[in-house]
Design a protein around this ligand. Sequence first.
Ligand SMILES: [Zn+2]
Length: 119
Amino acid sequence: MKPPRIIENSPLARIARIVLQSRSVAMVLGNSIHLSGTTRDEFLQDPYWVAHEMCHIRQFREHGPAKFLWKYLVESARVGYFNNRFEAEARLAGRLDAHLYAGNKPLPDPEHMHKGARG
Ligand SMILES: [Zn+2]
């Protein structure tokens, strides 16, 4: 399986950032993580954030890109962004899987992470 690609200064993530009125956004499309308002290094230094977006990468693989986007949009329209089950699953993954992305460093306090919006 190919590792995800990280795209900095993504115009698509920038649109999401404006819509969400957020300082920084990471947004998964297929096998790519689109960033705006943050850098690759800043993103990779937040293991909770990486674990969250890696869950969206898995969701894209499980459902297939077109089906997943459709289900995600329907779910968001129905219950909103926060209660969207794909976001709930990614938030849980952020907590459970963060240790996988922390390298050898101790995990940072999650209260001080997650400053940006999670796409
Ligand atoms: Zn998310």
